[in-house]
Design a protein around this ligand. Sequence first.
Ligand code: URA
Length: 218
Amino acid sequence: APAPATAKGSGPAAGVADARAAAAAAADLDALHAAIRAFEGCALKRGARSTVIADGDPAARVMVIGEAPGRDEDRVGKPFVGRSGELLDRMLAAVGLSRTAADPAAAAYVTNVVYWRPLENRRPSGDEVAMLTPFLERHVELARPEVLLLAGATPAQALLGTELGITRLRGSWRRWRGLPVLPTFHPAYLLRQPLKKREVWADLLALRAALDGEEIPA
Ligand code: URA
């Protein structure tokens, strides 16, 4: 009979334990990025060219969390470089934010829940999300943004632990360990459903207002 999976064994539970230990041991962002690159618990890594972690300024007030790299991101090794990345940049620019801004007040820091491209661009599974969430949580802890912008259902599932659809979640502030979190639609969805840009525009204005000091609901 196969040996039962243990924390040092195989299977999703072992992966979660390993990810949690590796994430907790990372004392700063460089160490966390190295721990993610060294992590072997996620099978997606074996089908990917790159480990795609983050872009922008880690000192930014706003941290944007997407889903997973696609083909372009896998090729380049940076998050959000394809068509949805272009749209994300335009969305951020509309409210005075940019991942290339020199001033952290106008900057954005961008990452994903998953660091390796799922083949066929499928949505990451619940097991994959659960396994990698300890890294995401540590990433937020170490970057210490003032606000999180969640692009789509996957980061909402990871951090808010809710299966509520993004249509229900978007536009209302939530908290993750006290930190204000705003879920909105993913830019890839907006490329398919351009009429939904109107709602995202409202979300971006709410983000801007919060950065400008408007009180965020508790
Ligand atoms: N979609 C994402 O969620 N993340 C990326 O990096 C690119 C596309």
